[in-house]
Design a protein around this ligand. Sequence first.
Ligand code: COA
Length: 247
Amino acid sequence: MDQITSRREGSIQILSFNRPEKMNALTREMYAGLANGLNEAAGDFGVRALIITSEDDHFTAGNDIADFLANPPTNEDSDVARFLGSLLEFPKPLIAAVKGNAVGVGTTMLLHCDVVVAGPSAKFSMPFASLGLVPEAGSSYLFPLLVGYQRAAKIFMTGESFDADSAKEMGLVASIASDPLREALEIATHISEQPPQAMINTKALLKASKHDAVAAVMKAEFELFSLALQSEEAMEAFMNFMAKKGK
Ligand code: COA
């Protein structure tokens, strides 16, 4: 069974995390599947909007920690870097439907989406520093821009989580719905009925002023992240997680 499923509803492509037994924690193969799915949808004239969502009760528990240990991403050709690049460059409307835990990249990827719909159960966190790591996906730039420096610093430095209401108040999510995928499909359908080139141009304009800065920040984050992955602080945090899970 694919751990990233891809299906089409009309002109809407839906990519879904499908590894519920590990709370949809993302492996190298899953990042590759996401990058390929985004790139194919970007080049397919039949696709007018893309939804990222998840099977089961949770969005994703973030990067798979066992995979961090076995296959640390250390260069810009890595699958995670490819996924983040595809996310930054995705030219069409990108909508996320989030329920349950959205940890680490599960939250930071939302900063690149055009519309995020959260279920009431959604719980967001970016515990990079608690794991001996640093923020990624451009979040060290985009998150303070969205919520203000101090609120961002507190969330990054404490690793604390926040709920759907807080995320909506911050502007990280556009709306809260009991069935976030259904709501996301309604929004995507509405968008896909609009003139497609106008959608692409509108998105390009909305993102234009930040694009180069985000790309530069992502590069700097990636360098620090790769170093941090090999640090004692990170090793200790990963080992603690694995030990707790009896691995
Ligand atoms: N990497 C690998 N496996 C993970 C994982 C991750 N990031 N997050 C969860 N899992 C696995 C657990 O090991 C468990 O599998 P197991 O039953 O085979 O041991 C399963 O997913 C369910 O997770 P569990 O921890 O039992 O659920 P919980 O409700 O008690 O806790 C979390 C949920 C998200 C708080 C907890 O799983 C967690 O802290 N995960 C790590 C999150 C993280 O640090 N991600 C990296 C960010 S950069």
